[in-house]
Design a protein around this ligand. Structure first.
Ligand SMILES: [Ca+2]
Ligand SMILES: [Ca+2]
Ligand SMILES: [Ca+2]
Ligand SMILES: [Ca+2]
Length: 468
């Protein structure tokens, strides 16, 4: 074959694939020289060399942009990643196993992944999401697995030595108008962490107006701090396949973005695989995050549960402020797999302590009747936790229930997240708070209920709540 014919063959393969350039053997032909993306240049396809987006630059992404193993994506403060709408697969940035992302913004100059549409035209599902993959362990039924994001990239390993792996740093990064739901089995999230290791730094991230979940974890050990998930279509904070990370200072704000009949502030699984309630990681662990200082608020409408804890998940939750929810907390076992999730409650491996619930309308989970009226009695004694045996989830000694939302909060401000300080109490809520530094070195000062005391870490410009 002469050179022209080889070139023609590659071009034909490119056209036939429609997404990736393929060589004659059918494997992806990735860009092999370093790229700097600015001034409205476009990333597309896969990269076997590093990609840089300079500070304050605008870089377009059309379809999938995949950083392959050994490469890095470095994005400077103030840069904007404009994600082309209407693509199939949906425009997304994927950091493969062995690649890293270094995206370090500041409060005044965040890094923004947003819709390529004009302001005023933007909507949830305009594009896919930011997907990061590592080699940390998980409890999937095979050592590695692929997820639904179109490209066949491999996730995880069965080697616990990889649990401390770093996939880079995200700091002051906002993802908005993402979350394309291509099919019922293919749902992009704002931030997706797939078997990402604890060496990764994630601090100050915001997912807003996302079609599916704001943030979803598939196994791994990544820890996250200063997180906002707002106006999501499905769940605010979602995990499965044995996520064992830690999280502190988290805001989940559910508003009218809901496009699902199973929207939850937290949706937590051990695994949905066969016998998933009982599956464990190679070192015997289940989904078992430790979370401190979380604020979970809603607009008190139907189909919104505070938490759906199911399929064998564990989890330790401290210093939670939970307010203005229609529905409550659901703890579910899977038929035929034993009473695993409820057993975790009994065993104390799934519990909510040192927390405050205010203005919860219903006392029975999945009560789909209209949510009207505030609570007037302590629901922990009348069924907040959906029946006998669940009371161990919340210790009456350290969890307070109030009928009405107090602490200077405005439920209207939660819906609009405006003015600023919508999530800041009028005074630090310290009654029943515990010291999260006792939970390990990841955790920092936070002997108060909720995601903040009177110092608002969402201000400075990095967290914004645009509607379109
Ligand atoms: Ca999802
Ligand atoms: Ca979900
Ligand atoms: Ca889920
Ligand atoms: Ca859900």
């Amino acid at each position: 074959m002469n050179t022209l014919k080889i070139t023609l063959a590659i071009v034909l393969a490119t056209v036939a694939n429609g997404c990736f350039k393929l060589d004659e053997s059918g494997t992806q032909q990735c860009i092999a020289t370093p790229v700097s993306c600015s001034g409205g240049a476009t990333l597309s396809g896969c990269y076997n060399a590093s990609v840089t987006v300079p500070a304050n630059a605008t870089c377009n992404v059309t379809g999938l942009a995949i950083m392959k193993s050994g490469t890095s994506l470095v994005i400077g403060a103030g840069a904007t990643m404009k994600m082309t709408p209407g693509q199939s697969p949906a425009s997304s940035v994927i950091i493969d196993q062995g690649a890293t992302i270094t995206a370090i913004g500041t409060a005044a100059s965040p890094i923004t992944f947003t819709s390529g549409k004009d302001v005023g035209q933007r909507a949830p599902q305009d594009w896919g999401g930011l997907i990061i993959r590592g080699r940390a362990t998980h409890n999937f039924t095979t050592a590695t697995f692929t997820t639904e994001f179109d490209d066949g990239g491999v996730v995880g390993s069965n080697n616990s030595a990889n649990d401390t792996e770093s996939s880079g740093t995200l700091k002051y990064v906002r993802v908005e108008f993402a979350g394309k739901q291509a099919t019922s089995l293919k749902e992009y999230n704002g931030f997706t962490f797939e078997a990402v290791g604890s060496g990764t730094t994630v601090d100050f991230i915001h997912a807003h107006n996302v079609g599916d979940d704001g943030i979803e974890f598939f196994g791994g050990t990544v820890n996250v701090k200063h997180v906002i998930s707002s106006a999501f279509g499905d769940d605010g904070f979602d995990w499965t396949y044995g996520w064992r990370g830690k999280a502190q200072y988290v805001i989940v704000s559910m508003t009218d973005g809901d496009s699902s009949n199973d929207s939850n502030g937290i949706e937590a699984d051990n695994s949905d695989q066969p016998n998933g309630d009982n599956l464990t990681t190679p070192d015997g662990k289940k989904s078992s995050p430790t979370i401190a200082n979380m604020t979970m608020v809603s607009n008190n409408k139907q189909w919104r549960q505070i938490m759906r804890l199911r399929r064998g998940t564990q989890g330790l939750f401290y210093n939670f402020y939970v307010a203005n929810w229609c529905d409550t907390i659901l703890v579910e076992d899977t038929a035929g797999q034993g009473n695993v999730t409820t057993g975790n409650v009994t065993a104390g491996t799934l519990k909510i302590q040192n927390s405050l619930f205010e203005g919860i309308s219903r006392n029975t989970a999945q009560d789909r009747a209209a949510c009207t009226g505030a609570i007037t009695t302590n629901k922990d004694s009348t069924g907040l936790l959906n029946g006998a045996g669940y009371d161990a989830l919340t210790s009456a000694a350290t969890v307070t229930m109030n009928a009405a939302v107090g602490n200077g909060f405005s439920t209207t401000n939660w819906v609009t997240a405006s003015p600023t300080n919508a999530f800041r109490p009028s005074a630090a809520i310290t009654t029943n708070a515990m010291d999260p530094t006792t939970l390990g070195s990841f955790f920092t000062t936070g002997t108060y209920i909720g995601a903040m005391d009177t110092t608002d870490w969402t201000t400075g410009g990095w967290a914004t709540f645009p509607t379109n």
